[in-house]
Design a binder for this molecule. Structure first.
Ligand SMILES: CC(C)(COP(=O)(O)OP(=O)(O)OC[C@H]1O[C@@H](n2cnc3c(N)ncnc32)[C@H](O)[C@@H]1OP(=O)(O)O)[C@@H](O)C(=O)NCCC(=O)NCCS
Length: 113
């Protein structure tokens, strides 16, 4: 939020599995209002979710990013995420005529846990 109580963006995580062996693995999403982009909001949200999940014992954060989201890929790279690979035709985009979409799979393994 800014000083006018306007929500500028959000970040959320969810567990990837109910299995105990993956108890420290979450998937995240981060989104910043287009009008608020390029001002450090996305970086602040990512830093916050990395710190809070590490404090909660989470060892890996993962996500999927569309290849054209170069800002997102650059931001995540500077926050310690690596590209695991490209998942081919993993998504189907209803808003774009049910087009099959490749997704770049990224993850950040905590260096502290
Ligand atoms: C990705 C997103 C969260 C970035 O938010 P933001 O508030 O604009 O990002 P910041 O201002 O904190 O910028 C952080 C870094 O992102 C990168 N970046 C931001 N905008 C960029 C652009 N237009 N082109 C290339 N890199 C860009 C830069 O590395 C930047 O660091 P720098 O300022 O030191 O150069 C935002 O663009 C967004 O919501 N995109 C749509 C949703 C999305 O792709 N979510 C990710 C899927 S999980």
């Amino acid at each position: 939020m800014d000083d006018t109580d306007t929500v500028l963006g959000w970040v959320a995580v969810a567990p990837v599995s109910a299995r105990a062996v993956y108890a420290g693995v979450v998937e995240h999403s981060v989104y910043v209002d287009p009008a608020a982009r390029g001002r450090g909001v996305g970086r602040a949200l990512l830093h916050q979710v990395i710190a809070s999940t590490e404090a909660a014992g989470i060892w890996t954060i993962q996500s999927g990013v569309f290849p054209e989201n170069t800002a997102s890929l650059a931001l995540h790279a500077t926050c310690g995420f690596r590209v695991v690979g490209v998942r081919e035709r993993i998504g189907r985009h209803a808003a774009h005529g049910n087009r099959w979409r490749d997704v770049v799979f990224i993850e950040r393994r905590s260096p502290h846990l």
